[in-house]
Write a protein that binds this ligand. Sequence first.
Ligand SMILES: [Zn+2]
Length: 191
Amino acid sequence: MTRADVTVRWPSMDTTDETFELFRLPDPDNHPATIADRLLDLPEHAHLRDGEARIDWLMRVHPKFKGGRIVLGTASMPRVNGELSELFDWMLERLLGRMPDFLIVLDLSYWEAATPLQREIICYHELCHCVQKVDRYGAPRFTREGLPVWGLREHDVNEFTAVVQRYGAWNDEIRKFVAAATAHEALIHHE
Ligand SMILES: [Zn+2]
């Protein structure tokens, strides 16, 4: 399927101009959901499979920059506040065919150029943002209807390379991060 085939266009708009197109649905032949579906079998993502989380994907056509870097992907719980929330829900539901619990947006250019491993990693990363909330004792939370209470999780580590270069793994967060990389290296070299 060519790029143009999956482009959604409104007939009233100039079809030769692609600059207005911000997002598009993923190419069915190269859909991140295919990779994500496999990753949901991993224990770290099992809560999403068990709770039947509705996860939908969109591709961002024009790169978005944050702090001078291209945002490769974002995971959100698609809700807006205020007067237009109903309109937003309606538009999203029309676009996706349902109201998702999580909406993951990936940079199209990155996705198209990425290797299969890079694609898997970005899907895995975005799924790590999607969690079931826990109560203060660490038990998974459910609604009164027995459905999971979904939430978003931030990255485990937020630090500058320069700090680690100068001060080493100075807190638990960074120590865990470094330990994970070391354990992974050891695993690879044993195989
Ligand atoms: Zn992230």
